[in-house]
Design a protein. Structure first.
Length: 653
């Protein structure tokens, strides 16, 4: 075997995946499906360009390690505490519920109890890589179903740790020694505790010392040593590389360097994650798939529907709207990447045979392929079904308002807007989905309604026909689009303001009826734009006018790469004189010095027109005038002269 075959394999994978990904991107199909298809095309079941080998296994393992490391980086203790209720309750109920129901179904088919438990473990896990990637692409991370989905995924990832440790208990290997296993568990627990304590108290100090060198190469090398060193240590303990990587990331998340480390590793993570999904495609045996085609489809469908129903039921128990529950259920309905790790381990431990293993592979890959389509088309499906939610106390109380503002979402933006409207006396009503947020807001005396903004009944309840404006401050683009369309159909004159994260969504939102779309990307650009112009002493009224022009037409000038300030006009402004003021602070080196001593005009070209002292203006001060703390100097000159004057006034003579 060619020892350099790994380079050929990588070249083939990238060469084949690029056109497939391009095609999938153009057809708006998740690129994860594209990587799975790439693996099938180039694998033994396709054109047999690459066979499953040790090199592809290493690449896939590296992808999982980097994925778990970045997950750990994103999960500081503070973040876990914020979502602890969702994580512990939703996560445990989903995992235990899925395992219990799977065991019950397997028992009906006379499958041995150990295999039944193992099947339950396999199907209880969802794909962190798929779900998080799609959530980020669609800006769903902060949506209600996004928070629920992420919490369940985190619990599943943490759940993998004890599962891997306890997996030998399900082994059919007669040589299994329980005493040896318990000893190994205790040893692993002790060493893991040492690793965590070492990482908690030593690694942050080490990173601080390394960062003081201000050498990127050394910092990156140290990060790689920590990552792979911890991963390899846990591997020696018989756990797994990925769990060690997760521990390393979780501990580093508590340091001040987590964001820099995440920025360093994100490119490598995405590349090797792609190779991981390609390697899964390589595993798929097409002949075995057709041999068990009906059984595979039946099991896959059962897994997808079963997991979705379980999650929907759990979320509904806690009084979330049916739409939130269904979106969370559809998002997590697939089999996860760590199920492949468990399955291969189970095969080696003889928990199940190769036939069952192939059936599992077909089921898992099929669920991964279907999952992005479910997440893509679920909102449209829910809109057609028009699910209703049970009535709450708020539904029984009429909201009597007119010329009011409807605020969709009570996050940071919604709270700030409500505060301003309350201070100015403008009537408003808030609609929110999170029951906990609603309970707290009511305690603070907010006018808030529990409801799904995508429902016509909720909008009518909010008296949208007599409302003056509606502001969408939610982090759910799909819900915004659906609700916006309904709102405009109910009140064609209502003024609609939408916050969005991405510029690419502006045109679609305007076409749906939005009057103003505020993209976070361009608002940040405008803030930088105004600060740069003010630095050049462009008059404030000119800056304000330009910002107003750029905001008109939903930032069309910026989106078309146009500039509203002609170059010759800007040059004229810069060439003209300006007037600025300079305050003499208590530590200024020129206090008790005369204007003649400072010699400002000779050094900078700027002239002191007047000095304001104790609310009195002294015009055309003489050279013998002594500067005191608290004086305000009124300067005039060209832009460059005023800049030079500021520098002179700040330096000692």
């Amino acid at each position: 075997m060619d020892k350099f075959s790994i380079f050929r394999d990588i070249a083939i994978i990238l060469a084949i995946s690029i056109p497939i990904i391009y095609l999938f991107k153009k057809t708006k199909i998740s690129i994860i499906v594209g990587f799975l298809v790439t693996g099938i095309v180039i694998g033994p079941s396709g054109f047999n360009l690459i066979s499953k080998s040790a090199s592809t296994d290493v690449m896939a393992e590296l992808g999982v390690i980097l994925l778990m490391f970045t997950i750990g980086l994103e999960l500081s203790i503070d973040k876990l505490m914020k979502i602890k209720k969702y994580l512990l309750i939703f996560g445990s109920m989903q995992v235990l519920g899925t395992i219990t129901i799977t065991i019950a179904l397997c028992s009906l088919l006379n499958i041995p109890i150990k295999q039944s438990i193992f099947w339950g473990l396999l199907v209880s896990l969802s794909s962190t890589a798929i779900v998080l990637r799609i959530f980020r692409e669609k800006d769903m991370m902060d949506s209600p179903h996004g928070k629920i989905g992420v919490s369940i995924l985190i619990f599943q990832d943490l759940f993998v740790i004890p599962v891997i440790l306890l997996l030998p208990l399900l082994s059919n290997d007669s040589s299994f020694n329980l005493t040896f296993f318990i000893t190994k568990i205790l040893t692993a627990a002790v060493i893991l505790t040492f690793v965590i304590l070492f990482s908690r108290y030593i690694i942050p100090k080490l990173l601080f010392v390394i960062s003081k060198l201000r050498t990127r190469e050394v910092f990156t090398s140290t990060m790689i040593v920590i990552l792979f060193g911890t991963a390899y240590l846990t591997y020696l303990l018989g756990i797994s590389f990925s769990i060690g990587a997760f521990i390393a990331g979780f501990i580093i998340a508590e340091s001040d360097f987590s964001h820099e480390i995440q920025a360093e590793i994100i490119t490598f993570r995405d590349i090797f994650n792609s190779l991981f999904f390609v390697s899964i495609g390589l595993l798929l045996n097409i002949s075995a798939l057709f041999q068990h085609i009906y059984l595979g489809i039946a099991i896959s469908s059962l897994v997808i529907i079963g997991k979705a129903v379980i999650i929907i039921a759990i979320v509904r128990i806690f009084k979330f709207p049916i739409r939130t529950a269904m979106l969370a259920g559809f998002a997590l309905a697939q089999v996860g990447e760590f199920s492949f790790v468990l399955a291969s381990t189970g095969l080696s431990m003889k928990i199940f045979d190769s036939a069952m293993y192939n059936i599992f592979l077909c089921c898992a890959v099929f669920s991964m392929i279907v999952s992005p389509f479910l997440m893509e088309y679920a909102p449209a499906l829910l809109l057609k079904l028009k699910p209703s939610s049970p009535k709450s106390k708020e539904d029984e109380t009429d909201i009597k308002m007119s010329n009011h503002v409807i605020i969709a979402g009570f996050g940071l933006n919604g709270k700030n807007l409500a505060h301003v409207l309350k201070e100015t006396g403008i009537p408003y009503y808030v609609v929110e989905l999170n029951p906990e947020t609603i309970a707290k807001a009511k305690q603070d005396g907010e006018k808030i309604l529990y409801g799904d903004i995508t429902r016509k009944e909720i909008l009518e309840k909010l008296q949208i026909k007599s409302a003056k404006a509606i502001v969408y401050a939610i982090s759910d683009p799909q819900s915004t689009r659906i609700s916006l369309h309904i709102a405009k159909s109910l009140n064609k004159n209502i003024y609609i303001i939408v916050r969005t994260r991405y510029v690419s969504e502006v045109d679609e939102l305007i076409s749906l009826g939005a009057d103003e779309v505020i993209p976070e990307e361009f608002e940040t650009s405008l803030q930088m734009f105004s600060r740069v112009l003010s630095r050049f002493h462009i008059p404030l009224n000119i800056i304000a006018r330009q910002i107003q022009i750029l905001r008109q037409g939903s930032y069309e000038m910026l989106r078309q790469n146009a500039v509203s300030i002609p170059a010759n006009y800007l040059n004229e402004l810069l060439a003209q004189g300006v007037t600025e003021s300079y305050f003499i602070e208590s530590d200024n080196p020129h206090i008790n010095k005369t204007i003649k001593d400072v010699n400002l005009r000779a050094k900078s070209g700027a002239t002191i027109l007047a000095i304001v002292r104790k609310d009195k203006s002294i015009t055309n001060p003489t050279g013998d005038f002594v500067l005191l703390h608290g004086d305000i100097l009124v300067l005039t000159g060209t832009h460059q002269a005023v800049d030079d004057a500021f520098e002179v006034l700040g330096k000692a003579i």
